[in-house]
Write a protein that binds this ligand. Structure first.
Ligand code: VGL
Ligand code: ZN
Length: 177
């Protein structure tokens, strides 16, 4: 069966958040519509300790974001939470980068237990957690579909979105609308 993975649609990645993805809020409605069509929906959350290695204070590239249990780490309030069957938290250890929802989490086990063969990936951000989650899903042997209408990129460097898509296609990810 097919599962929908909703990557990191959290307040800190949306308008007014600590690390807003340009036009990030635009993924919410397409995701709510997609979620109606899937029997199993998993949301991942970026879920960091206050001293996470990716924060500038620790020498990392990012402002402090998605600190566990803060408002910024909560799922976007307009996501239809009743359609979400499981929530998986990544990047929970100070030294865990955790871009991928599969890194040191129960995500693969959850999907296998449901008999999932194909995962449909959506969410934020295309050039970081969405990309890494989709690549790890391929490595784990799942068929992977990326939904372009339901993802947005940060584009720290112009063209990161296009380069991400190329990498994903090369790995066998089907890039669809
Ligand atoms: C993400 C940057 C830092 C993401 C997470 O969810 O794509 N990006 N942490
Ligand atoms: Zn993060």
């Amino acid at each position: 069966m097919d599962a929908l993975i909703v990557v990191d649609v959290q307040n800190d990645f949306c308008a007014g958040g600590a690390l807003p993805v340009p036009d990030g809020d635009a993924v919410v409605e397409p995701i709510n519509r997609l979620a109606e069509q899937f029997p199993f929906v998993v949301a991942t959350r970026d879920w960091h300790p206050p001293d996470h290695l990716s924060f500038r204070e620790q020498g990392g590239p990012w402002p402090v974001h998605c600190v566990a249990d803060t408002g910024g780490a909560q799922l976007h309030p307009k996501l239809h939470s009743s359609q979400i069957d499981a929530v998986v938290d990544a990047g929970r250890e100070p030294q865990d980068e955790g871009y991928s929802g599969f890194e040191h989490t129960e995500l693969e086990r959850l999907l296998r237990d449901q008999g999932v063969q194909t995962v449909h990936v959506t969410g934020l951000a295309l050039d970081y957690c969405v990309k890494q989650t989709a690549l790890d899903a391929r490595s784990a042997g799942f068929d992977v579909v990326l939904h372009m209408s339901a993802t947005r990129a940060i584009n720290v460097n112009p063209g990161d979105d296009e380069r991400s898509l190329e990498e994903l296609r090369d790995a066998g990810v089907l890039v669809g609308e």
